[in-house]
Design a protein around this ligand. Structure first.
Ligand code: COA
Length: 176
């Protein structure tokens, strides 16, 4: 699937709400459990005041939106650490949507002077954990036993991606 990636536009909200609501209705991956109206989604993740950046992936052949990735401010995180969420259209996962989006997000997050990106993933979301690990996120925190709507307790794994380039080897080992 050939993909184009661009910043989200206000008019994408209905299609993206539909895409996300399908993931929520299926269950078992995202920690989000309530359906979004296009307006609520736009405010929370697309174009609202707490959004740092949001990109969409478009199927070049059909023009359909195949996923989106948002980075926002979270009051529980330092100001220069963004909080990420990634959603690929159901039935079209593991076809490069998430990684295409992250290539754009990483550049924009650096441009906006973030030092790191946080991802919070349900411990039972094997695909989400594998995806962020593959993107270079490292394990950071575990919040044990966070209840879902039905009372089931699921740990939340915090992963971090550092946007600060590692020091040069020479600087690390001045004696050689
Ligand atoms: C997690 C998610 C965003 C990944 O998006 P994607 O478009 O499927 O990811 P990509 O195809 O770009 O995969 C990138 C890498 O991650 C790996 N990966 C992605 N999903 C995986 C899975 N379910 N199992 C194992 N590895 C996986 C891919 O194998 C790929 O590695 P590769 O480069 O070696 O091939 C997608 O599965 C999704 O929307 N899940 C539902 C919502 C969710 O859980 N979001 C995460 C929490 S916010």
């Amino acid at each position: 699937m050939e993909l184009d990636v661009r910043p989200v536009r206000p008019q994408d909200a209905p299609e993206l709400a539909d895409l996300l609501n399908q993931i929520i209705a299926h269950g078992g991956t995202t920690a989000l459990e309530e359906r979004f109206t296009p307006q609520a989604l736009a405010e929370a993740y697309l174009t609202g005041t707490n959004v740092i950046c949001c990109f969409v992936a478009i199927n070049r052949a059909s023009g359909r939106l195949e996923g989106f990735q948002t980075v926002g401010r979270d009051p529980s995180l330092p100001k220069d650490v963004g909080d990420i969420g990634t959603f690929a259209r159901m039935g079209n996962v593991q076809r490069g949507v998430g990684s295409a989006l992250f290539a754009a997000t990483r550049v924009e997050a650096r441009r906006q002077a973030l030092v790191a990106i946080n991802a919070t993933i349900r411990a039972d979301n094997a695909g989400g954990l594998a995806f962020y690990s593959r993107m270079g996120f490292a394990d950071h925190t575990v919040r044990p036993g966070v209840p879902l709507k039905d009372g089931v307790l699921v740990d939340r794994i915090g992963k971090r991606y550092s946007l600060i380039p590692p020091p040069e080897r020479a600087a690390e080992c001045p004696d050689g």
